[in-house]
Design a protein around this ligand. Structure first.
Ligand code: SF4
Length: 554
């Protein structure tokens, strides 16, 4: 059943259509006017495009694809057209979408909780080599993305992914996206609670479910019982963060309304403690509120964060309790400040069963099909066949016995995957950028990789935690606002007055219990060529001026 503004799903409170224009909230009867996105979602559920891909588009080719499917509904199955090669960033905002569209696709594989087996990773690597010209990027939402995908190959790719329990269902679009989970769930010595069972149940009940496939916009989820706060919970639409309740024991603290992009907001606590087995119901209530009360009139105000900001946490909790759960939630404590300096689990760490996990870093999440296949081989030879992706574009091999650790570290390092990386490799992330993204203005991945190499060469002694996040446009796919140094891609003027690729600099952002957005230093823009010089200067000034124990962001 396709949900639409005329036929709100059964769970939505039914109201008469309102004469007032409103913000497009279904629960208040504001069903019209519809913007273009709401119209195509009303016309047909995004999930239904799969049948057309399998029976028509993959048979007849790119030119047979309906434009509303091409630029709209195909996202419900993880597909975006990629940017036509050779179009410079100055044309991004000028050209029509069809002029930017290549006839190849980005395809996103969702990896809920970041949990992978070596069998799954091998299949991902083989697909990359056979259908994606070897591309495969680790994203900062624990997914893996391909490029250069032809529509003709999509059904076969789905067959292979689904054959090993992976999917691209609702990896993009106005849907419940991948569920972030602690990359060390179930194994870490210091874990408060393992959220894996809740991730599985949410997947089973809500992903690919037509009752929740027409949301006002994307809906991002994070669940972690790690005291290291390792899933960027502050910037998700809903987050469950592990806490010890003084009377009830381990459970989750509930957060809602975080999100970055052009109008960033940190999530807020509802002050509620949720036991593990109630997480899926509470998730259902919050996603229900978003579907029913979320703003649909303007895309720029359609994320849950705007509704949370307008209602405030008390009203949000009350509506969740009264209209969706029909019971009161238990009050609970906030999470504690993590003791570690990094959240990413890189390096060698003892598991609670006595074995070890080993986290490693490629550069800015860029790997390739051959490397992924080799990682699977190496993990099979040294571990139990389990791996995890992280929310920092990194990976972890689990279940390594002590006598295998050294050999595993050597094998990973031989693939240029660093177990003890420099702070620059460890802390630098980059979004897709102009190589493939239609919204991009500047290059990101290659520049991030060369920046890492350059900083390692110039400041080899630097050993402090630092995050350098690089975006190709004003969106926030690489979380620039919460980085120590956030770089927002744009065109800038060089010394001769020429328009060249460069970045607006944001300084001093952070996640954690002292989370905040970096300051956009007025007028502080650097050209891409000046970038290594600029960052070297900032870091050297910090080293000279810092007080004992002060970390970069403080
Ligand atoms: Fe594309 Fe901009 Fe997102 Fe980078 S931040 S992937 S350029 S939309």
């Amino acid at each position: 059943m396709a949900t639409s503004p005329d036929t709100p799903p059964a769970a939505a409170p039914r109201r008469k259509p309102s004469r007032h224009r409103g913000e497009g909230q279904w629960a208040k009867g504001h069903f019209t006017p519809l913007n273009g996105n709401e119209q195509f979602k009303k016309d047909d559920d995004g999930l239904n495009v799969r049948t057309r891909i399998e029976t028509i588009y993959s048979q007849r080719g790119f030119d047979s694809i309906d434009p509303n499917d091409l630029r709209g509904r195909m996202r419900w199955w993880g597909l975006y057209t990629q940017r036509k090669p050779g179009i410079d960033g100055g044309k991004t905002a000028v050209l029509e979408p069809e002029e930017l569209d290549d006839e190849y696709f980005m395809l996103r594989v969702r990896i809920d909780g970041g949990r992978l087996t070596t069998e799954q990773l091998r299949v991902i690597g083989e697909i990359s080599q056979e259908f994606a010209r070897g591309t495969a990027d680790l994203t900062d939402r624990q997914n893996i993305q391909y490029h250069w995908i032809r529509i003709e190959d999509v059904p076969e790719i789905w067959r292979r992914l689904e054959g090993v329990g992976l999917s691209t269902t609702e990896a993009c679009g106005d849907t419940p996206r991948v569920i972030l989970g602690s990359p060390v769930a179930g194994i870490a010595e210091n874990e408060i609670i393992d959220g894996s069972a809740a991730i599985d149940e949410i997947q089973r009940r809500f992903i690919g479910n037509p009752d929740f496939s027409n949301l006002p916009r994307k809906f991002k989820t994070a669940i972690s019982g790690s005291p290291q706060l390792d899933v960027a919970h502050e910037i998700n639409d809903i987050a469950f963060v592990g806490v010890h309740h003084p009377e009830h024991g381990p459970g989750f603290d509930l957060w809602v309304g975080g999100g970055l992009s052009t109008n960033p907001k940190l999530g807020v606590r509802l002050g509620a403690w949720v036991p593990l087995d109630e997480v899926p119901d509470v998730y259902g209530g919050v996603i229900g509120i978003f579907r029913d009360y979320g703003y649909r009139r303007l895309r720029t105000r359609a994320r849950l964060k705007f509704l949370v900001a307008d209602w405030g946490p008390e009203k949000f909790r009350q509506i969740l309790e009264d209209e969706y759960l029909q019971r009161k939630l238990t009050d609970g404590p906030p999470p504690e400040q993590p003791t570690g300096t990094w959240r990413d689990h890189l390096g060698v760490h003892r598991q609670r069963d006595g074995r070890f996990y080993v986290g490693f870093a490629p550069r800015v999440g860029r790997v390739d099909g051959t490397t992924l296949t080799k990682i699977a081989e190496v993990a099979d030879a040294h571990g139990s066949g389990r791996l995890r992706t992280t929310a920092e574009q990194k990976m972890i091999v689990l279940d390594v016995t002590e006598d295998q650790v050294e050999s595993l570290v050597s094998a990973l390092e031989a693939l240029d995957l660093r177990v003890t990386p420099s702070p620059f490799r460890r802390g630098t992330m980059a979004c897709t950028g102009i190589e493939f993204c239609k919204l991009a203005i500047v290059e990101t991945k290659a520049r991030g990789a060369s920046l890492i190499d350059e900083l390692e060469r110039r400041i080899p002694e630097f050993d402090q935690p630092i995050t350098i996040n690089i975006n190709g446009c004003p969106n926030a796919c690489a979380r620039i606002q919460v980085a120590d140094i956030g770089l927002k891609g744009q065109l800038v003027l060089d010394d001769e007055g020429n328009q060249v690729e460069g970045y607006q600099v944001h300084l001093g952002g952070a996640l954690g219990l002292e989370a905040g957005f970096g300051r956009k230093v007025r007028g502080l823009k650097v050209t891409a060529t000046e970038l290594p010089d600029y960052i070297e200067r900032v870091i050297k000034r910090f080293e000279v001026q810092r007080a004992d124990g002060e970390r970069f962001a403080t």
